[in-house]
Design a protein around this ligand. Structure first.
Ligand SMILES: Nc1ncnc2c1ncn2[C@@H]1O[C@H](COP(=O)(O)OP(=O)(O)O)[C@@H](O)[C@H]1O
Ligand SMILES: N[C@@H](CC(=O)OP(=O)(O)O)C(=O)O
Length: 573
């Protein structure tokens, strides 16, 4: 699909603006050929067949960038290769992208074959591959761990999910024709671990992380072996061995800054000394204090991919899923959901944070910091253009981009007993959450009261939620009357908040027709998100009706115009 032309620029003589728009590092640059016309400020579309010398005279279809490129022509910023400045090994060490494949793309041997041929269909790319565990392996591992706690040591070897995982992986290596030994040690160790859990009758978060790490450790070994069997040199890496340093927050660890230089050094260094496609475990890290294996929260391989993208300053990050990109809604709620062609980092981050399972909530951060475009593509339908996420897009015609639902949210109504002044009250409320390590999602305040919703993702098990909530209420009741409202949902309307009057008019019209009372609304803090809180029991019906109005009827005309790019592409930057 895309071919890449590598070119060299005069060291230290590249204007920053040009460097950004052409997306190259100070020393080596890449220009991508994207035939479909899907591009933004980071993609410059050229017709193929041009060589380095003619680079500046090729036709650039991105009009905003065209002028920039041509303006810089006289600065002679691009020249032929100068081997005194850049040695062959350094040049060839540059990776061109990260490609992340999730569990849904890797569910079987057949899928692994297809993913391998998909990767090899881009011979011009030098990718770093990030993989999740195969299919539903992570869920099965979690279930096996839970069962091991109470099944007794003698039964631990017979846990159904353990059999499933063994069967899936052994069948996969057999079908791919690779050496079984690459995973037999892991499968034995996994069984021992479950016996240990059964013996201890306890599964700590730390052990749970170690347990689920087997999924990614095995999928990457199998896939690397398969590429090697095909004659494509590949090297497997466990992320916790190559510098992914995290906090010690097991099951939901944060990546620390030290990760970036460490990972870049290791991957770059290995490539220089012995080039091979890196196959890296997604989702995993190493705790800074305890040095134990950590996980980055469910769906964390997206974050692994964007972290590697930023660490190496790559031109593009691709996350390959089982859907045609980020959709206007969760397709499990609205089967009519359609792909969103462009998103900004801000929109994608809000969408992910407020519950769209398609992206990990923190995954946009490294991409935004590194200003690296993220493409969401479908490994089952590679021809579909997917979604391109980058810094800016033309919002002039955008209304609503996507509707996101976050279920099972707890809402608190906290009314001051006026023991404290208003600012003392707010400070006390938020310090209570800070002390208890609970994050707050949506907030609305009046003079004497505050309504807020709590982020359930930090809370791992049901008992813990109740225990922690009781504690929160106990603390807050020292200064306020507290009403705990459970089973609520947040409906997030992601889009152009500049159009908030239009969005709210349509949204409330729908909600009124359905007889739904909105219990909280928040708009303003985020420039791309309007959040509404309703009862869980009404939420899906609301989302379907809202989707129908904004994306399936005549009122969605503006969104459709935007989708087809009518008049909006030229302003992308
Ligand atoms: N707005 C959305 N756009 C696309 N997919 C969504 C959205 N909301 C929820 N999903 C779900 O997310 C799934 C893809 O995410 P995920 O399962 O994490 O993929 P992978 O395992 O390949 O990384 C889709 O199959 C879809 O069911
Ligand atoms: N395997 C992990 C990490 C991950 O990112 O998975 P996926 O890419 O399949 O969502 C999980 O299931 O959470």
């Amino acid at each position: 699909m895309a071919s890449t032309l590598q070119f060299w620029c005069v060291k230290g003589n590249v204007p920053l603006a040009t460097r950004r728009s052409l997306n190259f590092k100070p020393q080596i640059g890449l220009v991508k050929f994207v035939p479909s016309g899907l591009f933004c400020g980071k993609d410059v579309v050229f017709s193929s067949g041009n060589n380095v010398k003619s680079l500046l005279s090729v036709t650039c279809k991105a009009t905003t960038i065209k002028s920039d490129v041509l303006e810089k022509k006289n600065n002679s910023m691009i020249e032929e290769s100068n081997d005194d400045d850049f040695g062959e090994s350094e040049r060839s060490s540059s990776f061109t992208c990260v490609m992340k494949f999730g569990g849904s793309s890797l569910a079987s041997a057949e899928r692994m074959r297809e993913v391998a041929s998909l990767i090899l269909s881009f011979p011009e790319e030098r990718p770093i591959i990030v993989l999740s565990a195969m299919g539903k392996t992570t869920n099965k591992l979690l279930m096996a761990g839970e069962k091991a706690v109470s099944c007794g040591v003698t039964n631990a070897s017979n846990i159904e999910e353990l059999d499933f995982i063994k069967d899936l992986h052994i069948r996969t290596v057999d079908e791919l024709g690779v050496d079984k030994n690459i995973i037999t040690k892991h499968l034995e160790e996994l069984e021992q671990l479950l016996k240990g859990v059964a013996m201890m009758k306890e599964l700590t978060k730390r052990t749970q992380d170690y347990l689920v790490s087997f999924g990614e450790c095995m999928s990457t070994r199998v896939f690397a072996a398969y590429l090697n069997k095909l004659g494509v040199k590949a090297r497997q890496y466990d992320a916790f061995e190559i510098g992914f340093i995290t906090t010690d927050d097991f099951t939901n660890a944060d990546i620390l800054e030290a990760t970036y230089p460490a990972v870049a050094k290791r991957l770059h260094g290995d490539w220089v000394s012995d080039p091979a496609i890196p196959i890296v475990t997604g989702f995993l890290g190493k705790a800074r204090k305890s040095c134990a294996v950590t996980t980055l929260g469910r769906g964390g391989s997206d974050l692994t991919a964007t972290t590697i993208g930023k660490a190496l300053g790559l031109p593009e990050i691709q996350v390959w899923k089982d859907v045609d990109g980020v959709l206007t809604c969760d397709p499990n709620i609205c089967p009519q959901a359609i792909p969103v062609p462009y998103l900004t980092f801000d929109e994608a981050a809000e969408l992910a944070y407020f519950g769209a399972q398609v992206l990990h909530p923190q995954s946009m951060r490294p991409a935004r910091e590194g200003d690296i475009p993220v493409r969401v593509k479908n490994s089952y339908n590679p021809k579909a253009p997917g979604t391109l996420i980058c810094k800016g897009r033309d919002m002039s015609k955008a209304v609503l981009t996507s509707i996101v639902l976050k279920r099972n949210v707890t809402m608190l109504d906290i009314t001051s007993t006026r023991m404290l002044g208003q600012y003392g009250f707010l400070a006390k409320v938020f310090s209570t959450f800070e002390d208890l390590g609970i994050s707050v999602d949506v907030v609305a305040t009046s003079e004497v009261s505050i309504s807020l919703t709590l982020d359930p993702s930090k809370l791992w098990s049901r008992e813990l939620i109740q225990q922690e909530l009781d504690h929160v209420v106990e603390e807050l009741e020292k200064i306020a009357v507290v009403k705990l409202l459970q089973n609520r949902s947040i409906i997030s309307l992601i889009g152009n908040v500049q159009m908030s009057s239009l969005i709210l008019e349509k949204a409330f019209h729908v909600l009124r027709r359905l007889g739904v009372t909105v219990q909280m609304i928040s708009q303003g803090a985020s420039k791309v998100n309007i959040s509404l809180v309703v009862n869980d029991s009404e939420a899906e019906q609301c989302v379907r009706a809202l989707h129908s109005v904004f994306f399936e009827s005549e009122l969605s005309q503006l969104n459709r115009e935007h989708k087809t790019g009518n008049g909006s592409i030229a302003a992308l930057s």
